[in-house]
Ligand binder design. Structure first.
Ligand SMILES: [Zn+2]
Length: 93
């Protein structure tokens, strides 16, 4: 990421800025990603922040991610935490 974050605090909801388009609120990061892709976000995909800053609207920081892949990664992280906790609890004192 060469470009710095562009932060927006417009109509924040759950930490994500929204913008009113044709009388309806839409998530700014989703809207920007759709403009970037020049098509709607397909089902099963999500607009994700590479910078992990929910109110960043820099188009280079917003990417398309497949939800199933994200779920798998999360499951692996949770498993790793469980293994780490198990090891911690079962270490000889
Ligand atoms: Zn950013």
């Amino acid at each position: 990421m060469d470009k710095p974050c562009i932060l927006s605090n417009e109509c924040l909801s759950h930490g994500y800025p929204r913008v009113k388009i044709a009388g309806e609120y839409v998530w700014q990061h989703r809207y920007i990603l759709q403009l970037k892709l020049d098509r709607p976000i397909k089902e099963g995909f999500e607009a994700c922040h590479l910078c992990n800053i929910t109110n960043c609207i820099e188009p280079e920081h917003i990417v398309l991610k497949d939800i199933n892949t994200m779920k798998k990664i999360l499951e692996l992280i949770i498993k790793e935490i469980e293994v780490a906790e198990f090891v911690q609890e079962n270490l000889p004192q």
